[in-house]
Design a protein around this ligand. Structure first.
Ligand SMILES: [Zn+2]
Length: 405
């Protein structure tokens, strides 16, 4: 009788909710229940004739003030504890041409600056701030930028801005080229769309999953993901055509749209690190993405064979699963990384294997699907042309291996 009741209950919840991702007790659990965050005012503030704009998506200025001849910005995360990745982005201008000093104050933390300032006149094309206009102050927990202003806005940002609107424009373009569908699979806490690209080769064909931007400032990983996908969807190309005949591709290019648009250091609008929420899916982003993938696999009777999650850290590194977690493709990881390294001069790239620990996507792919999971990390300062080449080569070598070429 009890079994009968459970069967009815399961059938009911399937009809209402579809298939859901299974919870999994990771050995190093993390509390991912929602927590309060602070959000700086979205405003344009004028101080001594200089306007500071914190109103656009991706912007973040905390505690703007003036002291002597400098403007001070105090670096503050959305909440704590948090990994050290102090993001900032703002626009500024002055009615008359002038030179200003901006002090970025990191003194609340024992680390100083992480992201070298980037400048732009249009929010699209970026250059690194010249070293002659940068200096450390005292204990290096404060840095000074010297900027020439006019009445035209100057963007200053920790990394190139890639906010939710920019990601959506790119994703729609690449979907149109590649014959994929661009759609929103649901909403975040603040009502933003969670975007995805879905390419279906067919039922019973295997599927690869691509994730990016669980962590908002990790733009270099996102840039690698872009060139990786642009190579896969190069539909004039024989290798791509063959791959797209044989594999489904699900891409979640912006896992954390609220965090990205709010200029967060790491968390979503509920103050949680999404890449620790793959055990019980407390957050709307992980819940909906995980369920979508599980539903897709069930409905298409497809094996999820590979999950790649693009991130950024100090250096290029591949975080992999240890060999004892035997996956759908036991030879793939080492062959892939070796082949990439043979073609890309990138001696920095390290490989670090680990077992099942905290609830991260890399091991979720294994625990849920027996799939290969890899966290693909790009260094914060890796040259952008190298990132592009690496993304493309990584796509080619993956396609070759998955097609047994
Ligand atoms: Zn990350």
């Amino acid at each position: 009788m009890r079994i009968f009741f459970l069967l009815i209950l399961n059938l009911y919840s399937f009809l209402i909710f579809g298939y859901q991702a299974k919870p999994y007790d990771f050995p190093k659990p993390v509390d991912t229940t929602s927590k309060p965050i602070n959000t700086p005012d979205r405003e344009v503030k004028e101080l001594r004739g200089v306007s500071f704009d914190n109103s656009f998506d991706g912007a973040r200025i905390n505690g703007l003030s003036v002291a002597d001849t400098s403007f001070i910005i105090r670096m503050m995360p959305e909440n704590e504890p948090i990994n050290y990745s102090p993001w900032y982005a703002f626009k500024l201008w002055s009615k008359k041409d002038t030179v200003v000093h901006i002090v970025m104050d990191y003194s609340k933390f024992k680390y100083g600056q992480r992201y070298w300032p980037k400048l732009s006149n249009d929010g699209v094309n970026w250059t690194r701030l010249d070293e002659s206009n940068f200096s450390y102050i005292g204990d290096s927990l404060r840095v000074r930028l010297t900027l020439s202003l006019s009445d035209q806005p100057l963007w200053v940002s920790a990394q190139e801005i890639q906010n939710s609107e920019m990601v959506s424009v790119w994703a729609q373009e690449i979907a149109a080229i590649g014959g994929a569908q661009f759609k929103a699979i649901g909403k975040t806490t603040l009502g933003r769309d969670i975007p995805m690209l879905e390419y279906v080769a067919g039922k019973k064909k295997p599927t690869i999953i691509v994730l990016s931007r669980q962590h908002p400032p990790e733009v270099t990983g996102y840039l690698a993901m872009k060139s990786f996908l642009e190579r896969i969807f190069e539909v004039e190309d024989e290798l791509s055509l063959e791959f797209l005949k044989n594999y489904n591709v699900l891409v979640f290019p912006l896992m954390n749209p609220d965090g990205v648009d709010l200029g967060h250091w790491r968390h979503n609008a509920d103050g949680v690190d999404l890449n620790r929420d793959w055990a019980y899916y407390n957050q709307p982003e992980t819940r909906q993405v995980a369920d979508y993938i599980v539903n897709f696999a069930e409905e298409k009777k497809s094996d999820i064979v590979l999950g790649l999650d693009f991130h950024s850290t100090f250096k290029d590194i591949y975080y992999t699963n240890v060999d004892s977690l035997v996956s759908a493709l036991p030879e793939f990881t080492s062959a892939w990384i070796t082949n990439i390294k043979l073609r890309v001069e990138d001696s920095e790239a390290k490989v670090s294997a680990s077992g099942i620990g905290p609830p991260v996507s890399k091991t979720w792919f294994y625990t849920q699907f027996n799939a290969v999971g890899i966290t693909y990390e790009i260094g914060d300062d890796t040259p952008r042309d190298l990132i592009n080449v690496k993304g493309e080569v990584s796509a080619e070598e993956m396609m070759k291996l998955l097609l047994n070429k």
